[in-house]
Design a protein around this ligand. Sequence first.
Ligand code: SDX
Length: 429
Amino acid sequence: MLETNNLGVAELKVEGKTIELPLFEGSEGEKAIDIRALRKETGCVTYDPGFVNTGCCKSEITYIDGEKGILRYRGYDINDLAEKCEFVDVAYLLIHGVLPSKTQHEEFSTLLNTHSLLHEDMRHFFNSFPDHAHPMATLSAMAVSLSSFYPELEDTSKQENIDYKVTRLLSKMRTAAAFSYKKSIGHPIVQPRHDLKYCENFLNMMFSTPVNNYQVDPVVSKALNKLLILHADHEQNCSASVVKMVGSSDANLYASISAGICALWGPLHGGANQHVIEMLEKIIVEDGGNVKKVIERAKDKNDSFRLMGVGHRVYKSYDPRAKVAKQMCKDVLAQLGVSDPLVDLAQELEAAVLADDYFQSRNLYPNIDFYTGLTYRAMGIPTDMFTVMFAIGRIPGWISQWLEMKEDPHGRIGRPRQIYTGPTKRAVS
Ligand code: SDX
């Protein structure tokens, strides 16, 4: 259960009236004021654009300490999970709360294999999209269409239904992502195989063709496994909040995930990994590799430009995932014998950020998106697929947050308040 420790009350004085609001803390000492009685007691609502200070729920899934750069899924540290686990097991952990036993792993893997095919009618969707369609648009359309092809199993009170829906999303979205890539390059699609594990299957569907004897490189599949784990969940981020908001209206899981994919697409969120590469390429092409100009633009209040892959709402220190991603980037390129000038440029840009008071005074550090694209690039994954990779990794996190919201005894349809500042009553003349 979502246990908390009561810490007494917080007193609030509003227009001469003092009210008491319950004060409590979570298992890691985070403190919260329960304001559920605020409007009834004071007639006031809170004002908090972007929900910077607003907790929407209690959760047992992911813990982030933004000051110390800590990230844990169900109590396990991200470094531990990335080093020792398979993505499929981390997905199971997020959804079920425990790492799977050998039997549970096998059952989960069998369901993932069973659900890896796309319905033949879904394949025709790709022919209806233009070749230049962004794969995030295709992925979102594929996700919501699952509710039309598989309308049954809506009753998420049954564990079997949950396991079917979870493995359908995890497996079919991976297949759809690979198919969208093949469609974009005019190659025949490659079907999933029963004898390949999750990451290897994806790579085979992406890069195998009838005229090459493609063999999955263990370096690449190990890197993909680690990257998917790094992206698997991140508590109440923008896209997870969208998934829960849509689900709070009792919309089905597939529709909720589809909405989350669209939220993730934004360059301020998951879309940043694609924009980091485009920013680095632009520095080379337009500024001769000189990072000074882009640093000055990022600091210029009259310029809307933001340094992609830098800054975070919660991390006010180095994103622990970015540390893993940076080391991975160096290791994978070395193991693959790939040299990429963008990596040196990225490190130069990072050094400039870490040395500049504008960024340091605002606690702006590289985040998960700063180095991940460089590794995907070395693995042969095209730039416009980077956010799709983020989405595939994040599916188990979105699902676990959605399920927890459904089981929350205090759960209600999401509907924030506002303060109206428009015209007062007037009549049509
Ligand atoms: C993800 O929430 C999550 O957990 C997300 C995520 C996940 O796993 O789900 O971690 C994934 O989305 C990572 C973030 C990817 N986005 C980017 O890299 C885009 C660039 N970053 C920024 O746009 C920004 O840092 C955000 C969107 C990430 C955070 O925005 P906030 O919390 O609203 O911060 P802010 O805009 O209030 O910035 C505070 C100050 C401002 O300056 P001042 O008004 O105080 O003078 O920092 C400045 C900002 O101008 N600032 C930046 C900057 N990020 C913040 N200045 C230049 N470049 C940047 N990147």
